[in-house]
Design a binder for this molecule. Structure first.
Ligand code: GDP
Ligand code: IMO
Ligand code: MG
Length: 431
């Protein structure tokens, strides 16, 4: 089965969109298997910047089938808008497929997300994207969710929506002292979106399995990153889905072996949006400089991203948990001219040395142990480097250092936001 899975190895925003776009031209099918409108995947082609939220990045390539799998949660109104904006740019959307079993994000999910966040203060606030992701996945697990295919029959949809909305309105008004949401606008707007999206809706599990059986090349597109995975991330400061490679099987409806080769994406430093532990965070002027150098502002919410040094104990954990066979290191170019670099090679936890991040370690007692590496020179055309040897020795040393420390090949080095700015040290993507 020629398949490849791309996942984030940190707290999201590693540059998955850019990497997926660079690879998608070699795929027949690209499949999103988890997450929803919380994701923001940036792709730069020529002078045009695209930010994808739910539509898989492969849509820019004619001939690539793009699948939104059952593991995703979909705000159908936002998806209709995303699809229309792409169509206005002349992109053919007939290749888009939407799972009838993906759960629908409704306005009450967004309202509850917002209400819960507002009711919390300080460190107990998760800092969600307020896209209704948590409440929607909660409804799925509680078996009161409404799926895309449920919009097919207006009478059934209407009855279900009424039942669910009554319960949500009770919570919104009595617990959070907010206004109740009206049934009719939600119902009518969803049916309107359904009419627009109806041609895309299929049993995507069947489609992807048939593609795999026919030997077609399938690329699984992860959103977020392992440290935001609901089971393996820094709970409760996580998203509500399985952002690890383990999410592929359940979220795309394929056997576990279909996950194929796992490629993990990591920045050459670390960022995080929202609250939660971040051992190598720079809360000083150096962090501000890193944000400036890397232009670290959220693609979905525009929030400034928290920035810090590369964290190898965290990445060892990420590689182990995702089973990453290879790494793409992104944004090395962003560090040019920054000065000497630091990399955490281990943690001290209550005086004990740890090489691998352990989710049970109390975050407040983790002290990163750093090594220093020479800074990367300015005035170098990083994006123009065609092979690894074209990079300055300081950049190659960072890559080799990461490889040695993690024991996994850095098979790809991203040297800029553009599609072409990717050094491939392993030419063959699909086996
Ligand atoms: P994603 O969520 O993992 O797809 O990442 P985002 O798109 O949210 O954030 C990554 C940002 O870095 C985007 O603005 C990309 O255009 C940009 N980017 C990706 N790779 C590189 C790279 O190698 N160098 C530079 N300078 N920018 C990059
Ligand atoms: P991509 O795919 C970075 C973060 C939020 C918050 C937590 C929970 O672009 O890498 P949620 O809205 O999912 O309930 O928020 O997860 N988060 C992301 N951070 N990149 C993302 O996606 C994210 N999606 C969610 O900031 O801390
Ligand atoms: Mg992003």
């Amino acid at each position: 089965m020629p398949s490849v899975t791309i996942v984030g190895l940190q707290w999201g925003d590693e540059g998955k969109g850019k990497v997926l776009d660079a690879f998608a031209g070699e795929a027949d099918v690209v499949v999103r298997f988890q997450g929803g409108g919380n994701a923001g995947h940036t792709v730069v082609v020529g002078d045009t910047k695209h930010v994808f939220h739910v539509v898989p990045t492969g849509i820019l390539y004619p001939g690539v089938t793009c699948v939104i799998g059952n593991g995703c949660v979909v705000d159908v109104v936002a998806l209709q808008e995303e699809v229309s904006a792409l169509a206005e740019r002349g992109i053919d959307l007939s290749r888009l497929k939407l799972s009838s079993r993906a759960h629908v994000v409704f306005p009450y999910h967004r309202e509850l997300d917002e209400a819960r966040e507002s009711a919390r203060s300080g460190a107990s606030r998760i800092g969600t994207t307020k896209r209704g992701i948590g409440p929607c996945y909660a409804d799925k697990a509680s078996r009161v969710g409404i799926r895309v295919g449920d919009l097919r029959d207006p009478a059934t949809f209407s009855a279900r929506l009424r039942r669910v909305l009554d319960e949500k309105n009770a919570i919104l008004t009595q617990l959070y002292r907010r206004r109740a949401l009206e049934f009719t606008p939600i119902y009518e707007r969803c049916l309107e979106a359904w009419e627009a999206l109806r041609p895309f809706v299929v049993d995507t599990s069947e489609l992807v399995n048939e593609a795999l059986e026919a030997g077609r090349r399938v690329l699984f597109e992860g959103a977020q990153g392992i440290m935001l995975d609901v089971d393996h991330g820094t709970y409760p400061y996580v998203t509500s889905s399985h952002a690890s490679s383990a999410g592929v099987s359940a979220g795309a409806g394929v056997p576990p072996a279909a996950t194929g080769k796992v490629i993990g994406v990591s920045k050459a430093y670390t960022t995080r949006v929202g609250s939660g532990p971040f051992p190598t965070e720079l809360e000083d002027e150096a962090g501000d400089r890193l944000r400036e150098f890397g232009r670290e502002f959220g693609a979905t919410t525009g929030r400034p991203r928290r920035c810090g040094w590369l964290d190898l104990p965290q990445l060892r954990y990420a590689v182990r948990t995702t089973g990453a066979d290879a790494i793409v290191l992104t944004k090395l170019d962003a560090l040019a001219g920054f000065g000497a670099l630091r990399v955490a090679t281990a943690y001290a936890v209550d005086g004990e040395r740890r090489r691998v991040h352990c989710p049970d370690d109390p975050p407040a007692r983790i002290r990163p142990i750093y090594e220093e590496l020479p800074g990367l020179p300015e005035g170098v055309d990083y994006a123009g480097a065609e092979c690894f040897e074209d990079l300055p020795p300081e950049a190659r040393e960072v890559v080799s250092f990461v490889e040695r420390e993690l024991g996994v090949p850095v098979a790809y080095v991203s040297t800029g936001p553009q599609r072409r700015a990717l050094i491939r040290r392993e030419p063959q993507l699909f086996a």
